[in-house]
Each structure stands twice: as C-alpha cells, then as structure tokens.
Design a protein around this ligand. Structure first.
Ligand code: MG
Length: 402
C-alpha cells in the first residue's frame, strides 16, 4: 500500500479544528484530526509531512511516528509539528485497522476491559469552537444560552442532578478561571476562593458523595495561588485538581503544589514527549496522568506515556474536548491500557457537534464509554462533510508537492 494524497478539511463553524484524510492507492482512507493552531498544522502537513509520507507505505505506523516527532521534522516539542504528527498517527492507525479488519484496541494488543468509566466535562456545545475558550463570570443574569458551563456557574447542584440522571458519577468544572484571567494567575484572593468554592459546595450539600468533583485549573496559576486554592478545596474532597500551574512542563513547580496538598493532582494534556512526563513522575508531582492523543504526538506516543505512567503505578485518563476522531482513538487506548482509569467526555459535544461531524461515536451510557467495534478507529467523516459551504479543503499529491 502507498500513500497517494494528504488532504485536510477545515470548517468555518469550527475554526480551531482540522481533519486529515490520508489517501492510499488501494482506496482506503485514514482519518485524523488536529485542534488549535491549525493554520500552522495545515502548513506543516502539506509541506514537510507530505514530503515525508507521499509514496510511502502507511502501515509502518511506528516508523512514521518516530520520524515525524523527532529531529528536524518534529523538533521534539509540544508544537504545531507535534499536533501534525498526532493527526497523521491517528490516520495511520485507522488505515492499519482497516487494512487488517480489526479495531485499533485490538491492534494495540487487545482490550483489558470492555468499558471505561467516564465523567462529564461541563462545557457547552460552543466551547473551544474558536481558538480561545469561553469564560462565564459568576453573578449577573442567567444567560439565555444556558449550557453546562453557564449552569455550573449559576446552579451547579441542578447541573449535578441532571448529570446523575444521565448516569454520570463525576463532573469537572472550572469556576476559578475568571480570577486567573483577571490577575494573570498571580493572585488567588480570599474573595476569588470563596466564589470559586461555591459551585463545589452546592453539589456536596445537595448530592453528598453521589457526585465526584473534579477541579479544572487550566494551567492558569502561579504556585502559591494554586496552593491556596487546593488548601481551600481539601474539605470538599475532590477526586483531583487538574493542571494547577501555568508551566505544567515545570516539574518542580507542579511538585511544589503536590507537596502542599492532600488532593491528588492530575494533568499533562498540553504536554508532549515522554521526558516531560518522566520528570513529573520522578518528582511524584502527579496522581493521574492526562494525555491528549492529538497534542502529545499521536496514539503511538500516548501509549508510550501510558506505559511510563504504569511504571510509577499511576493511572492515565485520556483527554477529550479535542474532537470526535481523537475521542474515538482515546477510547481504543483506554480499552487497552491496563492503567487507564477514566476517559473524559463532554456530553454537550456528544449530543451536538461531534454528531454533526462523524458517522459513529463511542457510546456513553450509565457512566461508562464503550469503544467503537468497527475496523480502525471505527468512524468516518459524515457524507457531504467535505462539501459543506465554506469548507477549506487542501490536497497534496506527489505531483503537486512543491
Ligand atoms: Mg483538562
């Protein structure tokens, strides 16, 4: 089999996203995806990546992943190059599965479970639509476009009731973000802490231990600010505090927060390359390792990171909020990795734009996610997706390669 074309698709209503289709001379098409900085990712895919891949056999997934992540192609970084390599890696695993007629979880060596616990990340359907995230501030009128994010800022106990009705036993929210944005993350005031605690307290007061609380800090805070937030959260017994500090690649900073609190930390979705995870693990900085399959450089690299975490007896919890193709791939990894503890999901995306993008989605029910059974990743872009008005489609072949 040979790679004949690299094709990217961008849609005007999701400008933070890109889809990659790797075409072959046997008619099989591998599907990948990238998020954030995608103009740069697009340029990398049609330049150095196309030059490296076109005419080559796509089924040596490991060789391509090593080549695209290292040296002067990937620069061993958390970067647009890495996200391009991640999109390619997802597409090549998809091709390998289609060529062999097996789901990706089986190609990894088989599944150790048939479902994985999930929790809901309380974003709305429009979250991450642009390159910047939506911020909802407390107080003020309840917005007309009430979604899970606005709901947790205004009535987190009601949102928790709705999630419990949907079978979710865990919810992740980020009520401290507005103050981090106001101060550059340097100062968590007593007033900010009081306001940020309020949604968590409402859930505990109404629902007791029925709902696990997950605290998202979005890599926004300095070490002392994160320490103060964690200290205030301790009586509420959250499952974890995620990405507490601005520099999650600074293992010393993350470890300083970890040493100061009883709450286990989780994090890593913005990081790529194993040495950064090794440093965090060596310093006992993280309880749960979070990895984004696209951002870290692909399913291949995420698997290596999961094995590394297992060597420190740490669970992994693949990231979502990234796109439906990445989500499908993440669930395959979560079926295979013995130390996978949770698979993140966003119910608003699963009901909304994910459904408007791909043919099949992993099923989420009763607080668990099931992997797609079909060959490869098990999903395709919806018919007509590529022809939607305003779609930006680029295609590079050996003939058009500059
Ligand atoms: Mg996160």
């Amino acid at each position: 089999m040979r790679i004949t074309a690299i094709e990217t698709i961008r849609q005007p209503d999701r400008p933070a996203y890109l889809w990659l289709q790797v075409h072959t001379d046997q008619g099989l098409i591998g599907l990948g995806e990238a998020q954030r900085g995608i103009e740069a990712v697009d340029a990398i895919l049609h330049g150095p990546v196309a030059a490296a891949l076109l005419g080559d056999d796509p089924l040596d997934v490991e060789r391509h992943n090593q080549r695209l992540l290292g040296g002067y192609l990937g620069f061993n970084a958390s970067s647009a190059e890495t996200r391009a390599a991640g999109a390619v890696d997802l597409a090549l695993w998809d091709l390998l599965g289609q060529a062999l007629g097996q789901p990706v979880s089986r190609l990894l060596g088989g599944a150790v479970r048939d479902r994985i616990p999930t929790y809901n990340t309380c974003a709305g359907d429009g979250y991450n639509r642009q390159q910047d995230r939506r911020v909802v501030r407390p107080g003020g009128p309840v917005p007309a476009d009430m979604d899970d994010q606005a709901w947790f800022m205004h009535a987190a106990d009601e949102l928790a009731g709705s999630l419990l009705d949907d079978g979710f036993g865990g919810m992740k929210i980020w009520p401290f973000d507005p103050w981090a944005i106001d101060t550059g993350g340097t100062y968590a005031s007593a007033a900010a802490i009081r306001a940020g605690l309020e949604p968590f307290e409402r859930v505990r007061r109404v629902h007791g231990a029925a709902m696990e609380l997950l605290v998202e800090l979005h890599s926004l805070w300095s070490v002392p600010a994160a320490q103060r937030i964690c200290a205030a959260l301790e009586p509420l017994d959250p499952l974890w505090v995620e990405d507490p500090v601005r520099r999650m690649d600074d293992a010393a900073a993350v470890a300083a927060v970890a040493r100061a609190t009883r709450i286990p930390l989780a994090g890593g979705e913005t990081l790529a390359s194993r040495p950064l995870f090794r440093d965090l693990l060596t310093r006992d900085a993280l309880g749960t390792i979070i990895v984004d399959l696209g951002w870290c450089g692909g399913l291949s690299e995420a698997r290596r990171i999961a094995v590394l975490a297992d060597s420190w007896s740490r669970p992994v919890a693949p990231h979502d909020c990234s796109g439906p193709v990445c989500f499908a791939a993440s669930v395959h990894l979560a079926m295979h990795a013995p130390n996978a503890a949770f698979q993140e999901c966003v119910r608003a995306f699963l009901r909304g734009w994910y459904r408007d993008t791909v043919t099949d989605l992993p099923s989420v029910a009763g607080g668990f996610v099931h992997a797609l059974p079909g060959p490869g990743l098990g999903t395709r872009l919806l018919p007509g997706f590529i022809d939607r008005p305003g779609a930006i489609v680029r295609r590079t072949t050996l003939e058009t390669l500059k």
